[in-house]
Write a protein that binds this ligand. Structure first.
Ligand code: GAR
Length: 196
């Protein structure tokens, strides 16, 4: 089984969807660690309920980003994580983690990238007035939501939609799309290993 580390900063509904997909047998992986940059985040409770190990840290207690990423790297190596899954992790990944894991870091973003990168993608879509937005799963590089796109799904914005209803529609898609895409990546890598 491939060992994944999930990174989250918030509610952790995508983290829970990944854990549920594993329990149901549709995702052939194991969550080795939850990495969380907000010690009060709901995601941590969800990990505790499932007895998944957590590394919670406060970035502001470290002198630099490289310092806290070195701590994360140590924990990732200790638990032998092979994939980093960013599920609502609201920070850019620096070279301390990118260099050793490039090609094995995946993010989910609530828009059809390259439209609406960065924070509040749902609010950006609503205020721009587009009729279609969606969800993107992509590889992570040093940019802000700029890495190679792996999969996308569109959501139509209805006249009556507000931030809450649109977020609910987007998250319903995320919870299906993310575990499925991770499973496809893991399977593709397994096939490569057999070939080589
Ligand atoms: C998700 O909708 C994810 O797409 C978004 O944060 C939410 C986290 O929800 N990510 C970004 O905006 C990244 N720029 P969750 O904590 O319930 O999984």
């Amino acid at each position: 089984k491939q060992r994944v580390a999930v990174f989250a900063s918030g509610t952790g509904s995508n983290f829970a969807a990944i854990a549920d997909a594993i329990d149901q047998g549709s995702l052939d992986a194991e969550i080795a660690l939850l990495v969380c940059d907000k010690p009060e985040a709901k995601a941590i409770e969800k990990a505790n309920e499932r007895q998944i190990p957590v590394f919670a840290f406060q970035p502001r207690t470290y002198p630099t980003k490289a310092d806290y990423e070195r701590d994360i790297l140590q924990k990732l190596n200790d638990c032998k994580a092979e994939w980093l899954i960013l599920a609502g992790y609201m920070r850019l990944i620096g070279s301390t983690l990118l260099d050793p894991f490039e090609g094995h870091i995946v993010n989910i973003h609530p828009s059809l990238l390259p439209a609406f990168p960065g924070k509040d993608a749902i609010g950006q879509a609503l205020s721009t007035g587009v009729r279609v937005t969606g969800v993107t799963v992509h590889f992570v590089d040093e940019g802000m939501d700029t890495g190679k796109i792996i999969d996308q799904e569109a959501v139509r914005i209805r006249e009556e939609d507000d931030r809450y209803s649109l977020q609910a529609a987007i998250q319903e898609i995320e919870h299906r799309l993310f575990p499925r895409t991770i499973q496809a990546l893991i399977q593709a890598e397994k096939r490569e290993e057999i070939k080589s």
